[in-house]
Design a protein around this ligand. Structure first.
Ligand SMILES: *[C@@H]1O[C@H](CO)[C@@H](O)[C@H](O)[C@H]1NC(C)=O
Ligand SMILES: *[C@@H]1O[C@H](CO)[C@@H](O)[C@H](O)[C@H]1NC(C)=O
Ligand SMILES: *[C@@H]1O[C@H](CO)[C@@H](O)[C@H](O)[C@H]1NC(C)=O
Ligand SMILES: *[C@@H]1O[C@H](CO)[C@@H](O)[C@H](O)[C@H]1NC(C)=O
Ligand SMILES: *[C@@H]1O[C@H](CO)[C@@H](O)[C@H](O)[C@H]1NC(C)=O
Ligand SMILES: *[C@@H]1O[C@H](CO)[C@@H](O)[C@H](O)[C@H]1NC(C)=O
Ligand SMILES: *[C@@H]1O[C@H](CO)[C@@H](O)[C@H](O)[C@H]1NC(C)=O
Ligand SMILES: *[C@@H]1O[C@H](CO)[C@@H](O)[C@H](O)[C@H]1NC(C)=O
Ligand SMILES: *[C@@H]1O[C@H](CO)[C@@H](O)[C@H](O)[C@H]1NC(C)=O
Length: 514
């Protein structure tokens, strides 16, 4: 090499500036390639974070405000077929599962107001329409179910003064209130006039008054909710995207014993903070659930529409008793005793009615609750598990099955003759499945694009940059080598005889090296 530097000054200068440029260009390309390899996904993340923020007029906002999906709720009713024998002869209760009764829903967020601190406030509107074709029964089907207002009142009176219970018994006698009611499915869900509630409304002091005269498990749910929900738009902090800031002005619940259990920092189930990993815990809040429900990664699912997503489901001990899951102690403000295994006591959110939630068919509960009845088949995770599939990169819910069973924890009260023979029992009333599926193609196409394109673009862009850089480098090397050869032939031609043997030495020493 030393030899190359000495002669042929004129040619060398021209060639070196050109080669130097090629070398510089190749290094630039390789550096950009490295930068792309390292930073491209970060950049994609930033673009996604920017695109999903709820901003007036954006596409994400439009889909959020008026979800382009048709959620469906399927209701199954446990019709009691031996009410009289159960009460009079102490027979095992027999129930028949009726349904599904299917309602198609339309969701829309109403009264949307953007706040200055990166949050948006709205009222959720849900309209339910009965779909006869999908249902296996009519809304007019008459069913026999426990009289929830009555049994709530009697169960609550268990620790009251005896004369109060006797008074209650005579009032119920006069009003001809029975422990089981015969109502239509439509009435059970959307409301029927209940004599006890009507009475309570008239006589009970104003502070303790129940807000309604009618009783129905979904009473007042058809329409726009009065609850003011404020969620983070993601504009100021993407890690809180879609999470609840306040619910009716409250930033946390007040029923439970710890800040963690009272926390409302959860999604309403539609959108989640993006970039979900298999380690993430998703939290959803529903007013009727009375708490946030944690969801953990279960598996990856390949959907029909080609959008890969993660399935999240509650941990198996989510409703575990305090011995199974000590974290649940905070949900037991007036215990012990606390909720039994697999049941969640929501009485504080249900006007002190002894309502217990579980999964359908007592999935994940002690089997003894299910076998206390005839007619409830063993739980099947496929049919009775609650789950949610999310697109992990954007945090959008792709499909969901919210499955919950409503039970009444009846306490035996011997002083009230109407219910004297009604034993302590967890009585299932209905279970329902709220299903969201089938996002429109417009949405799934975009998601597939967001999912598939960045990795390909990432690999090909950094690949192409590397290849160009390396080709340029090779060209530069080739030019240098060729230049060296040319120089040596130049020396030969000018007749410097002393040079050729030396120039031959170089390749030979190279050969020796191998
Ligand atoms: C529910 O059970 C009662 C008997 O307790 C029966 O008369 C009624 O027909 C049942 N309802 C349906 C829809 O099958
Ligand atoms: C209750 O049990 C008795 C004896 O076991 C029986 O004679 C009677 O028919 C039963 N009543 C009903 C309503 O099943
Ligand atoms: C944001 O503003 C809304 C409405 O003014 C308010 O309800 C909420 O508490 C505020 N949230 C934060 C985190 O400041
Ligand atoms: C819900 O309300 C809409 C009108 O707002 C009505 O058409 C529909 O029948 C109602 N659904 C039920 C189940 O009552
Ligand atoms: C009921 O559902 C079926 C199937 O999805 C649909 O074709 C039909 O239009 C729906 N009927 C009503 C009244 O919404
Ligand atoms: C919701 O907000 C409106 C207007 O800001 C207010 O009048 C109403 O009382 C609030 N509702 C609840 C349940 O807090
Ligand atoms: C998930 O958590 C496990 C254990 O806590 C840890 O070993 C693993 O690195 C985490 N993975 C990610 C992607 O954060
Ligand atoms: C449910 O919770 C309420 C309020 O904390 C409590 O009074 C009641 O005893 C609980 N019920 C059961 C069955 O644990
Ligand atoms: C279910 O409950 C019964 C009675 O309360 C109890 O004996 C049994 O050990 C429980 N089973 C499990 C698996 O917890």
């Amino acid at each position: 090499m030393t030899k190359v530097d000495v002669p042929g000054m004129i040619k060398k200068n021209r060639m070196n500036s050109c080669t130097g440029f090629v070398v510089a260009a190749s290094i630039v390309f390789i550096l950009i390639g490295i930068a792309v390899a390292i930073f491209f996904m970060t950049w994609v993340k930033l673009v996604i974070n920017h695109e999903i923020v709820l901003r007036d007029g954006s596409q994400a906002f439009g889909w959020w405000a008026k979800p382009p999906v048709i959620p469906m709720i399927s209701v199954y009713v446990y019709n009691v077929t031996n009410a009289d024998e159960f009460l009079n002869n102490g027979s095992k209760p027999v129930v028949e599962e009726l349904g599904p009764y299917v309602y198609m829903e339309t969701w829309e967020r109403k009264n949307i107001v953007f706040n200055e601190n990166g949050t948006v406030t709205f009222n959720m509107q849900k309209i339910y329409k009965f779909n006869e074709t999908l249902s296996s029964g009519l809304e007019d089907d008459v069913v026999v179910v426990p009289n929830i207002p009555m049994l709530s009142a009697t169960s609550q009176s268990k620790h009251a003064a005896r004369f109060l219970r006797l008074a209650m018994a005579s009032i119920m006698d006069i009003l001809k209130i029975k422990p089981f009611v015969e109502v239509s499915v439509g009435q059970l869900l959307w409301g029927y006039e209940d004599p006890l509630l009507k009475l309570a409304k008239d006589v009970v002091p104003k502070e303790q008054k129940l807000p309604y005269e009618e009783f129905g498990l979904m009473y007042n749910k058809n329409g726009t909710s009065k609850d003011n929900v404020t969620v983070f738009t993601g504009g100021s902090d993407i890690t809180k995207y879609g999470l609840i800031d306040t619910f009716n002005g409250m930033s946390h619940l007040t029923h439970w014993l710890s800040d963690e259990c009272n926390s409302l920092l959860a999604s309403d189930g539609s959108i989640f903070p993006p970039h979900i990993t298999k380690n993430s815990t998703l939290r959803i809040y529903d007013k009727d659930l009375c708490r946030t429900l944690p969801l953990k990664f279960e598996k990856e699912v390949q959907r029909k529409d080609g959008v890969p997503s993660y399935r999240f489901t509650p941990p198996l001990d989510v409703f575990g008793s305090v011995t199974e899951n000590p974290d649940n102690l905070c949900f037991c403000p007036h215990g012990p005793p606390c909720s039994p295994s697999g049941l969640f006591n929501v009485s504080l959110c249900q006007f002190d009615s002894p309502v217990m939630l579980s999964f359908p068919h007592f999935y994940l509960s002690n089997d003894s609750y299910r076998t206390a009845f005839d007619g409830i088949s063993p739980p099947d995770p496929e049919k009775h598990k609650l789950y949610l599939d999310v697109q992990p990169m954007m945090g959008t819910a792709m499909s969901a099955r919210a499955r919950v069973q409503i039970n009444l924890a009846v306490s035996q009260v011997v002083d009230i003759k109407q219910v004297a023979t009604f034993p302590d029992i967890i009585f299932p009333i209905i279970w329902f499945e709220e299903a969201v599926d089938d996002l429109p193609e417009e949405v799934t196409n975009l998601m597939r694009l967001a999912n598939d394109v960045p990795p390909i673009a990432h690999a090909s862009l950094s690949g192409i940059l590397f290849v160009i850089g390396i080709i340029l480098l090779l060209i530069a090397v080739w030019r240098i080598v060729r230049g060296a050869n040319r120089l040596s032939s130049l020396h030969l031609a000018t007749g410097h005889v002393s040079q050729p043997p030396k120039s031959k030495d170089v390749p030979m020493s190279n050969v020796n090296r191998y």
